[in-house]
Design a protein around this ligand. Structure first.
Ligand code: GCO
Length: 448
């Protein structure tokens, strides 16, 4: 059996010295996935009801208990400090801070205040995400992201959080993965609110971008700095020669819709060909706000997409294919070149020298504790390969300033419940015991 604590398992693992001075190594989590939504007076959010609806989530599991981070956070922050990390990417829960979506729950803000102080005390730079999907049910009842009002309420919430902790956070992202918030949740129905409705999709795809723009405007007016957004990208490739228009349309719907609007104030025409008739009135008037300058861009990357045109299917006529590469527990192909290519593409085509941060990258595996240790050589190799891909992107001119592994802890993997383990640290969901995996020890040896 490999020695699970040995840092030498993966020979090509880069070291801190292989990155530019000041490069930030971190790990990421999100509120609903770890905190335990039942604690501390949080209001119901749309993931609670999505999970309570049969067949949406494996085992009907929800985030009520999750990793009990709400009470165990000092131990979790110790793990980050002891692992030699520079920063921690976390999110604040809208439904915890504003249980009805509007009125502040002081207990919620107090929690994040303590958490941020806990990071500072341990020498960890706080990287805040304001929306990682826990929409208060009271706003979901009024149409959620299909309703423009939700974007306006989000800006109020963002301002309330930043008024309390904005003085101590290093960088702030408004929204995490608007593609998941809109397309995955309203067109494909895989995430809350689980809709399959093109009108709701078009509205959500615009209103989530608008929420970013309105929050940015409000936070800038209040004097906050280091503001950005986190987008998820996948490199879209043809499944076979002659895959037709599917590559361009899939790239437009999953990548360009979001980065084009944020940096250029436009939506790709091929996407509008389908969504245009369902867009909210006068959406064009919002584009200047949506494309206001950013201070940094977060890039989440996991895998590539292989697609072809499916003439027999309804719009968007895209068929996804299984690829030949080794896969993670999610069934996602391991393709580190995609990260390098995307970072280079962002710098070359979109943001120039604006700071880029890899805000999520990681893999799930069916990890188990044996003799108090967790051997995860697949993850060690994955991390090494993606850190090397990041180095290559930097050498090709991308101004990448940090890398956050997803995730610090095994946690609530949305529609997959607690079955998919992404953590550097194993969590026993009965006892809540945390056990650092070999990949944690490897990263620690590399960055300490
Ligand atoms: C994401 C998600 C995470 C997921 C991770 C793995 O931002 O996509 O924020 O919440 O757990 O991506 O699927």
């Amino acid at each position: 059996m490999p020695d699970a604590t040995s840092p030498a398992v993966t020979p090509d693992m880069p070291k801190r010295a292989d990155f530019p001075a000041g490069f930030i190594f971190g790990a990421a989590t999100a509120a609903y996935q770890i905190e335990g939504h039942a604690f501390g007076g949080a209001g119901p959010c749309h993931w609670d009801s999505f999970a309570a609806t049969g067949r949406n989530v494996v085992g009907n599991e929800d985030g009520a208990r999750a990793c009990e981070h709400y009470t165990r956070w000092p131990e979790d922050l110790d793990l980050l400090r002891d692992g030699g990390f520079d920063a921690y990417r976390f999110s604040t829960s809208w439904a915890r801070v504003m249980p009805d979506g509007v009125q502040v729950n002081p207990e919620g803000l107090d929690f994040y205040d303590r958490l941020v102080d806990g990071m500072i005390a341990r020498g960890l730079a706080p990287y805040l995400t304001l929306y990682h999907w826990d929409l208060p049910s009271a706003l979901a009842d009024r149409g959620g992201w299909a309703n423009r009002e939700t974007a306006e309420r989000f800006a109020d919430y963002a301002a309330a959080v930043m008024a309390r902790i904005g003085d101590r956070v290093a960088r702030t992202a408004t929204i995490n993965e608007p593609w998941c918030v809109s397309w995955l949740s309203h067109f494909e129905g895989h995430h809350a609110p689980g809709l399959r409705d093109i009108r709701a999709t078009a509205r959500a795809m615009h209103h989530i971008q608008l929420a970013h723009g309105l929050a940015l405007q409000k936070l800038r007016a209040a004097g906050h700095r280091d503001l950005g957004i986190v987008l998820n990208f996948s490199e879209v490739l043809p499944a076979h020669p002659g895959a037709g228009t599917a590559v361009d349309l899939s790239d437009a719907l999953s990548n360009r819709w979001f980065i084009d609007s944020i940096t250029r104030g436009t939506y790709p025409q091929v996407a509008l060909d389908g969504l245009g008739p369902h867009m909210p009135q006068d959406w064009q008037a919002d584009m200047a706000l949506i494309s206001a300058p950013l201070d940094w861009l977060g890039v989440n990357y996991y895998t590539r997409a292989l697609v072809s045109h499916d003439a027999g299917a309804p719009w968007p006529c895209i068929r996804n294919h299984q690829g030949p590469l080794p896969k993670t527990q999610m069934g996602w192909e391991i393709y580190p070149d995609g990260l390098r290519n995307l970072l280079v593409r962002m710098a070359r085509d979109y943001v120039g020298t604006l700071p880029l941060v890899v805000t999520e990258n990681g893999m799930a595996w069916d990890d188990a504790v044996q003799d108090g240790q967790v051997a995860d050589p697949m993850r060690q190799a994955y991390v090494a390969a993606h850190l090397n891909a990041t180095r290559h992107a930097i050498s090709e001119g991308a101004n990448v300033q940090g890398f956050f592994y997803w995730s610090l802890l095994d946690n609530y993997e949305w529609a997959f419940g607690y079955e998919k383990r992404f953590g550097l640290v194993h969590v026993d969901f009965e006892t809540m015991q945390r056990t650092p995996k070999a990949s944690y020890h490897m990263l620690k040896a590399a960055v300490s």
